[in-house]
Design a protein around this ligand. Structure first.
Ligand SMILES: Cc1cc2nc3c(=O)[nH]c(=O)nc-3n(C[C@H](O)[C@H](O)[C@H](O)COP(=O)(O)O)c2cc1C
Length: 191
């Protein structure tokens, strides 16, 4: 059976202190451990190896996820409590992680992190289908260079229904960025 994967936003800093934000699918392990699997090359990977730390942010503002695949990576940050780094101001909760072990791999190393601090900030309001649609849309946009455009456009049309029926202003904005990215790619790739 596959490992259960949770989509979160990982915030890291470079050795010189420059923040970086990236959505990642992570796995929780017993004893407060978290596995990060960044594809090489990855600034998240470089930063974790340089600082030995990362912050796992649980968010429902999917603009942060759609933003990261459409060139909008500046979101309000607050200092972390126990590690060198930041958490997202929008995080419902966050975990501060320290690097325990790394298994190198030419494509996708595995970083085993331990939780050194956890904090909740706001309550989870429940599932929203438009948020799920934005996450799926962001994954499609991150694969524009790998998948046939017709497949991406067909899946975006299917996801549109959930956006039309259940989105709030944040999801509409995030969805618009994703649609613009697909449209731009279509114009660039048509003869
Ligand atoms: C929902 C979602 C999940 C993602 N999960 C991963 C992941 O597990 N590993 C990864 O390397 N990139 C993942 N990506 C893509 C990265 O966020 C994106 O490529 C990012 O720029 C990573 O590279 P960086 O560390 O250099 O920023 C995901 C993207 C989305 C939208």
């Amino acid at each position: 059976m596959n490992d259960q994967i949770f989509e979160v936003v990982i915030t890291t800093v470079s050795a010189s202190g420059e923040p970086h934000i990236a959505p990642m699918g992570i796995r929780y392990k017993p004893g407060g451990q978290v596995l990060l699997l960044p594809f090489k090359p990855s600034r998240t990977l470089d930063n974790v190896l340089a600082t030995g730390a990362a912050v796992l942010n649980r968010v429902v503002d999917t603009r942060i996820i759609a933003g990261s695949v459409t060139g909008r990576r500046r979101w309000p940050l607050l200092p972390a409590d126990r590690i060198f780094g930041h958490r997202l101001q929008a995080a419902l909760s966050h975990l501060e992680l320290r690097l325990l072990d790394q298994q190198d791999d030419p494509q996708r190393p595995v970083l085993t992190m331990e939780t050194v601090h956890e904090q909740s900030h706001s309550a989870f309001a429940g599932f929203n289908r438009a948020q799920s649609a934005v996450i799926e849309g962001a994954v499609l946009v991150s694969r524009l260079h790998m998948l046939p455009l017709e497949k991406i456009e067909a899946e975006m049309r299917y996801l549109q229904t959930a956006v039309d029926k259940t989105a709030g202003p944040e999801e509409h904005e995030a969805w618009g960025w994703l649609q613009d990215a697909v449209e731009l790619h279509r114009r660039k790739s048509s003869p």
